[in-house]
Design a protein around this ligand. Structure first.
Ligand code: FAD
Length: 380
């Protein structure tokens, strides 16, 4: 028998137990990070979160409000962000392929982007599916250049539910709980949120989104909302997405088609704006801007007769949304710190502050968080 063929002589109760890991947060970041760990050998992951995908919609839970899409051609210059976006795009592209169990959460659609003042070459052109420069005749008013490519858009509620089910199917556990201070989890684990005896975890990963601002022991005041208001239309005749953004403005016009025929029309970028309900005047402004740029959003029968107005869009409004992007001054926090609570001690990995790119960086940031955690545990 060679050494690689040797068999364990430990009695079953002495064989290595999976390490208990607690993830705080069940948004796209918490769920993705938890899946990454639970699907690896050697971990038993429990998510503790106030709000889950199956709960009511709330301004305290950003992920269901996302547009959302992953735009490769306008990816970041920052090498770490670019790495996260590239990895995530690969995963979402695979998931959106025909026959994948997550396919129905996604739609692959042509996307148009426009440049206004100084034209900078879009990054990663060669990796972007179906990339093309637009001819001048196809530009929207004021644009100096334009591009088109294929984007992966997603229905965030369907996708969060897919992630939730996938995590449970892999053996993960979920506990409803509102963590007041990180030390509650270090000393008590997830079980104290069920009123059961403590089970201190080997490590904790904090994926609390905007909640990082108020969570005791984290209290990161550089985290603040970037409010996004959207209008969801039922417009199955629109089969492409488009974005018009001037980076010095707090408004952005975009439309993102979804597989079910809905069309997300946005939006706003309200820094430190905490108002939780849709503002009626903003809804009209969003629709007016979008209609001027893309008259195709109006019903075809109206367009055949005359120029459409905002009134023509109101009957096809399905719902309106407001979400708080978890902005952070220095970008995503991906760090690890050892924290003590009475006799317990654990590495705490932080994975929050994803702003307007949580879905686009989710799989990549989860990989970094897992690596940070494993390195910390090796040194323990
Ligand atoms: C209008 C709009 C459009 C967007 N479009 C896109 C897009 O196209 N592409 C893209 O990539 N991103 C987009 N985003 C951004 C994206 O939605 C966010 O980056 C992402 O949802 C953040 O996820 P998260 O998991 O960090 O936070 P959340 O989804 O807010 O989840 C936080 C979790 O932590 C829990 N929690 C917080 N505090 C505590 C506590 N103390 N105790 C227990 N649990 C706690 C919450 O209950 C929740 O489960 C958009 C956002 C908006 C608003």
């Amino acid at each position: 028998m060679t050494s690689s063929e040797s068999v364990s002589i430990l009695p079953p109760n002495m064989a290595e137990q999976p390490k208990e890991i607690t993830v705080i947060g069940a948004g796209v970041i918490g769920l993705t990070t938890a899946i990454k760990l639970q699907e690896k050998a050697g971990y038993q992951v429990t998510i503790v979160a106030e709000i889950w995908p199956t709960d009511h919609l709330s301004p305290r839970y950003t992920s269901p409000w996302a547009g959302g899409h992953h735009c490769t051609a306008i990816m970041s210059h920052d090498p770490r962000d670019l790495q996260m976006e590239t990895e995530t795009f690969r995963v979402l592209w695979e998931m959106s392929a025909p026959g994948h169990p997550a396919e129905k959460c996604f739609m692959r659609a042509p996307q148009y982007g426009y440049y206004f003042e100084e034209f900078s070459n879009p990054r990663n052109v060669e990796t972007t599916p179906d990339f093309k420069f637009l001819p001048k005749s196809a530009l929207i008013p004021g644009a100096v250049a334009g591009i088109s490519f294929t984007v992966v858009s997603f229905d965030p509620i369907l996708y969060l539910n897919y992630l939730h089910k996938r995590f449970l199917a892999a053996g993960g556990k979920m506990v409803h709980g509102s963590v007041q201070h990180i030390k509650q989890v270090i000393e008590g684990g997830s079980t104290v949120f069920e009123g059961k005896p403590p089970t201190p975890p080997a490590a904790i990963i904090v994926c609390s989104g905007l909640g990082a601002r108020s969570l005791g022991g984290v209290e990161d005041t550089t985290v603040a909302p970037v409010r996004g208001q959207t209008v969801i239309l039922h417009a199955p005749w629109v089969d492409f997405g488009a974005t018009r953004r001037k980076f010095d403005e707090d408004v952005v016009s975009y439309m993102i088609p979804r597989r079910n025929g809905n069309l997300v029309v946005g939006g706003t970028m309200g820094a430190d704006d905490w108002y939780p309900l849709p503002r009626p005047e903003t809804k009209l402004a969003i629709l007016e801007r979008a209609l001027a740029l893309w008259p195709e959003i109006a019903p075809p029968e109206v367009r055949k007769q005359r120029s459409p107005t905002v009134e023509d869009l109101l009957p096809i409004v399905v719902y309106e949304g407001v979400g708080f992007r978890p902005g952070r001054k220095d970008g995503i926090r991906l760090e690890v710190e050892w924290i003590e609570a009475n006799d317990a001690k654990a590495p705490v990995v932080f994975n929050y502050g994803h702003g307007g790119s949580g879905f686009e960086r989710s799989w990549g940031s989860a990989s970094i968080a897992v690596e940070l955690m494993e390195n910390a545990l090796k040194k323990a």
